[in-house]
Design a protein around this ligand. Structure first.
Ligand code: GLU
Length: 433
């Protein structure tokens, strides 16, 4: 027998824990303001804040090299009053329960705002996918599915890709779940086309970002064809947003990924950068592709003088330390929770418009819903039909948010949360206790 070494699971550093706590507090910060404004009673407030269920479980796997390593799997199911739980799976070494708690709650409001019949959830594994072989990731993902199997399902909880996961992980979940339950394509969304994925799902989040950006630009008096745009993040969301926005005539002057960014005052060659990168590969040196562009750091990108800034990478990047230095006229939150509660207050004082994450990046979960519907019908729609439905769904949510913001003279974020919370409250009350 191979001697097994069982190292401790990777624990988030103290700094990261503090960050995560801030993330959770901030989320309740936005929520608190909205709940107060709606005068939701204390009992329902408590219900809306606390997750329906959360689970953390051991995931020991024997790696390809014979070693046994212990990871942990997480799933937080926040609210199911409007339908089955829905939300992505994140593979990242620093994730913990607090992290998923905040993100699961965001999913509840997002689904309610765009009016798709799902509640909110989020989960994942505390692993660094880039340091694992394809084989190890497959074993880990199938073990995760096996252990979570009783909690997920097409009418219970439907996972999807998020940071560090993609079509391949969704295929393994489909396989792992179907092994036990028979062929069940609707247990997961964001699958490869060959396994029941939907046309348009890969680019849906970025496409949604570009649609919402164009409507918000028009509303703000920015001519998109003359607008300059900076995008932080060139992965599953950012690169598609960049492509769609440049096709709409916007000038993308800066993009970045974890390795750093590139800037060109005349506009970057987005088709060239798009062709040189992929949704899963985050480590491309963008400056080696856009050789005539200037290099810039992620922080510098956030402070560029542009018309539109799109944070499309990680949480907390605009905060009380740098919100004063942001020079964009409008920010579109393509990432989940990219602006802290304190950062948002500074931006509001400075009259910088922010399109909130629960609308700006809702294109992904919207097409996830369309994928789930197609799977249930055992039927496939054309990409044109999917994109039309995506446009219509987001447009309705955008108009509702705009109307509410005008009527109550509140920020877009507040208006979006008011609509979402009202819908969830109503569903909760109607179901009874
Ligand atoms: N992870 C994406 C999000 O945060 C998509 C979730 C889904 O499609 O269920 O919205």
């Amino acid at each position: 027998m191979t001697t097994a070494t069982l190292p401790q699971p990777s624990q988030p550093s103290t700094a990261n824990r503090r960050e995560r706590r801030k993330l959770d507090e901030r989320c309740s910060g936005f929520l608190d303001c909205a709940l107060q404004r709606l005068q939701v009673n204390d009992e329902i407030q408590a219900l809306l804040r606390s997750p329906f269920r959360e689970i953390k479980f051991e995931l020991p796997i024997r790696m390809g090299d014979g070693q046994i390593r212990l990871f942990h799997g997480f799933r937080v199911q926040h609210d199911k009053s409007r339908g089955p739980f829905k939300g992505g799976l994140r593979y990242h070494p620093d994730v913990d329960m607090e992290h998923f708690r905040a993100l699961a709650s965001v999913m509840t409001w997002k689904c309610a705002l765009v009016d798709i019949p799902f509640g909110g959830a989020k989960g994942g594994i505390n692993c660094d996918p880039s340091s694992l072989s394809r084989q190890d990731r497959e074993v880990l993902t199938k073990r995760f599915t096996e252990r979570l199997g009783h909690m997920i399902g097409p009418d219970r909880d439907i996972p999807a890709p998020d940071m560090g996961t993609g079509q391949r992980e969704m295929a393994w979940i489909l396989e792992g779940y179907s092994e036990e339950n028979g062929y069940t394509p609707d247990v997961v969304t964001g699958k490869p086309i060959q396994l029941g994925g939907s046309y348009g799902r890969q680019e849906a989040t970025g496409r949604g970002v570009s649609l919402v950006t164009s409507w918000a630009a028009e509303e703000t008096g920015i001519d998109l064809k003359k607008a300059t745009v900076a995008i932080q993040g060139f992965g599953k969301v950012g690169r598609h947003a960049a492509k769609c926005l440049s096709e709409k005539g916007a000038t993308i002057v800066a993009v970045s990924n974890v390795k750093g960014g590139v800037y060109s005052a005349d506009g970057l060659d987005i088709p060239e950068l798009f062709a040189a990168t992929s949704d899963s590969e985050k480590l491309t040196d963008l400056s080696a592709v856009a050789t005539s562009a200037d290099k810039l750091s992620n922080n510098e990108l956030l402070e560029l003088k542009v018309d539109i800034l799109i944070p499309a990478a990680v949480s907390d990047v605009i905060n009380e330390d740098n919100a004063d230095h942001v020079q964009a006229d409008m920010i579109v939150e393509a990432a989940n929770l990219p602006i802290t509660f304190d950062g948002a207050a500074i931006l509001t004082d400075r009259r910088i418009r922010v399109v909130p994450d629960i609308l700006a990046n809702a294109g992904g979960v919207t097409v996830s819903y369309l994928e789930w519907v197609q799977n249930r019908q055992r039927y496939r729609w054309s990409e044109k039909k999917v994109n039309r439905k995506l446009n219509d769904t987001l447009r309705r949510a955008w108009q509702a948010m705009l109307r509410r913001a005008d009527e109550e003279e509140v920020t877009f974020r507040m208006a979006a949360l008011l609509i979402a919370i009202e819908r969830v409250c109503e569903a909760t009350e109607l179901r009874g206790f």
